[in-house]
Design a protein around this ligand. Structure first.
Ligand code: ATP
Length: 290
């Protein structure tokens, strides 16, 4: 069985405060994009979960989110056969694009179908949160508001179609470092999440682009100025706006015109500011996984 695990960007990311358990209370607008990893899952007689991947630095043992997701369902349903998973990564790793969570979500869909478990997407989402906070969203896909630690989800009307330019600099940013260095109670400005929600209701791409914001940039940009350079480069080349996704360091720019987006993509490649440069579009399925 072949599956696509789609990446996400955040059109808005706000941190409301820190909870007593140490997690941050978030308010995020999530958007799936047409950039994906590919998974090929097969049943095998050899028990266990056997993962192979094209990236040598990704774990293929129980630390891979694919493993955790498969094990969760296979244990619950006492499946004695094994599976092989061939994972082809295209989504940048540790980049704020939920690549690992999306692989986990695709694995759950695959295992559910392969073994005829009969679980609905909602039932998979209830289980997926045990693998990671972003997994329920990766099962849902489309445009959504995520609150709590990212696990409280509400599907939104589809974001207007547009081109998305991805630029990931050749640096790694630890999510832990970003949240540890964020002083949520001292933030002077917060993105207008309600304004973005309204712009989505009105299907107004220009307003969405105008209002998009991510509080985590206050931590990452001073430490890694290349993030700001990539944002500026995209805006100088016709992006409606550009923003860091999640805890970074990936930057995305939104474009309403294909030709401008293609030229900006070529210019970004030539600038060598980003290691991964990819032009894609927003993915919408009416907020429902088909
Ligand atoms: P998020 O947007 O949720 O913060 P991310 O893009 O920062 O996600 P991932 O690419 O999902 O982060 O992975 C981060 C870490 O998880 C990596 O360092 C990697 O070793 C580990 N990992 C486990 N499983 C996977 C997987 N299937 N794909 C990528 N990384 C994985």
């Amino acid at each position: 069985m072949r599956l696509r695990a789609l990446a996400k960007i955040n059109l808005g990311l706000d941190v409301l405060g820190k909870r007593e358990d140490g997690y941050h209370e978030l308010r995020m607008i999530m958007q799936t994009i047409n950039m994906y990893d590919q998974l090929e899952i097969e049943i095998c007689q050899d028990p266990g979960i056997h993962i192979s991947t094209n990236l040598p630095f990704i774990p293929t043992n129980e630390n891979n989110l694919v493993y955790k997701a498969a094990k969760l369902l296979m244990d619950e349903f006492q499946i004695s056969q094994g599976i092989t998973v061939e994972l082809q990564k295209f989504i940048p790793v540790a980049a704020g694009m939920a690549g690992g969570s999306s692989d986990a979500a695709a694995t759950m869909i695959g295992v559910n179908r392969l073994f005829d478990l009969g679980l609905s997407v909602k039932e998979l989402m209830e289980r997926g949160v045990k693998v990671g906070a972003d997994v329920p969203y990766c099962l849902l896909r489309g445009t959504a508001l995520a609150e709590g630690i990212g696990d409280k989800l509400r599907s939104l009307p589809a974001c207007p179609g547009c081109y998305v330019l991805i630029g990931k600099p050749g640096i790694s940013v630890s999510t832990k470092f970003v949240y540890e260095n964020l002083h949520a109670d001292e933030l002077e400005e917060h993105p207008n999440i309600d304004g973005i929600l309204e712009a989505i209701q009105w299907h107004n791409l220009y307003k969405i682009a105008d209002l998009m914001g991510n509080v985590l940039e206050t931590v990452t940009i001073p430490k890694y100025p290349v993030i700001q350079e990539i944002k500026d480069h995209m805006k100088d080349h016709g992006a409606l706006n550009a923003l860091m996704s999640g805890s970074g360091p990936t930057v995305f720019g939104l474009f309403d015109d294909k030709h401008t987006a293609q030229q900006a993509c070529e210019a970004l490649r030539a600038s060598h500011l980003a290691k991964t440069v990819f032009l894609t579009t927003v993915f919408n399925n009416g907020g429902r996984r088909k």
